[in-house]
Design a protein around this ligand. Structure first.
Ligand code: APR
Length: 235
């Protein structure tokens, strides 16, 4: 591992599954119970804002009852102890990475603990409900929406992500199905730029074939073991 200095980690819903947070596409996932086009697109919000706001109110409340798991804490330890560069890019809107100790990270699909004002564009910390149309803390207008990137919207901070991928010696994908772009394309980009690529997932994903190495198992086990390995003194 000595040649590895700069690491990019991509995480998806699977890293939070053992904390009791719904995934999307695995057995019993959110997209088995809701259609994305009904709750996770700008058109859905324009058509039926009550349904969309209630969906995210439900998720925001559920996430606040959950706790980080061993995979979040392992990544928090990696963040604290890894001497090289590290960027954790999460597709998740929960704050379990932060509560697990991660600092060098970003949310490319937004965050459930923010509300975004459609009138003044300000994003405010938010733990309550939006379905009752509360006033924006910044401008008072009742035009708040979840600060979540919906299908058809541009993920956040892509420039930073691509800059980190260009410098990466190692790209690790954790708990994501490889079903949604641009995140699903990061592995090929990193690989084309010379990075080693590793998948840590419960089962093979749609992108497994692009990884040099795949380790399958629950994130609380495979991520913790991988961080141990990365932080072990040079053998
Ligand atoms: N440990 C590791 N991996 C797991 C675990 C676990 N305990 N449980 C499930 N997984 C894996 C599944 O095998 C699956 O490959 O996590 C992945 C979850 O895939 P999805 O449910 O599709 O979630 P994700 O890949 O994060 O979805 C990407 O799609 O709907 C949009 O914006 C949403 O960010 C989300 C994006």
């Amino acid at each position: 591992m000595s040649s590895i200095r700069n690491i990019v980690v991509l995480t998806g819903a699977g890293v939070s599954a053992e904390s009791g947070i719904d995934t999307f596409r695995t057995e019993g996932g959110l997209w088995e119970r809701y259609k994305p086009e009904d709750v996770a697109t700008p058109e859905a919000f324009a058509r039926d804002p009550d349904l969309v706001l209630a969906f995210y109110d439900m998720r925001r409340a559920a996430i606040q009852e959950k706790q980080p798991n061993a995979a979040h804490f392992a990544l928090g330890r990696l963040d604290a102890e890894w001497p090289g560069e590290l960027l954790i890019v999460t597709q998740n809107i929960d704050d379990l990475h932060e509560r697990g100790g991660a600092k060098r990270m970003l949310h490319m699909h937004g965050q459930h603990l923010n509300a975004w004002c459609g009138a003044c564009d300000v994003r405010s910390p938010w733990t309550g409900l939006l379905a009752d149309r509360p006033p924006c803390p910044a401008c008072g207008t009742r035009a708040l929406r979840p600060d979540v990137v919906w299908f058809g919207e541009m993920p956040y901070r892509m420039d930073e992500i691509h800059a980190a991928l260009r410098k990466a010696d190692l790209f690790v994908s954790i708990g994501t199905s490889g079903a949604v772009y641009p995140a699903a394309g990061f592995v090929r980009g990193a690989r084309d730029l010379g990075a080693r690529t590793l998948e840590l997932n419960l089962e093979p994903s749609q992108g497994s074939r692009w990884f040099h190495e795949c380790r399958h198992g629950p994130a609380t086990e495979v991520v913790a073991a991988w961080v141990e390995e990365m932080l072990a003194p040079e053998r």
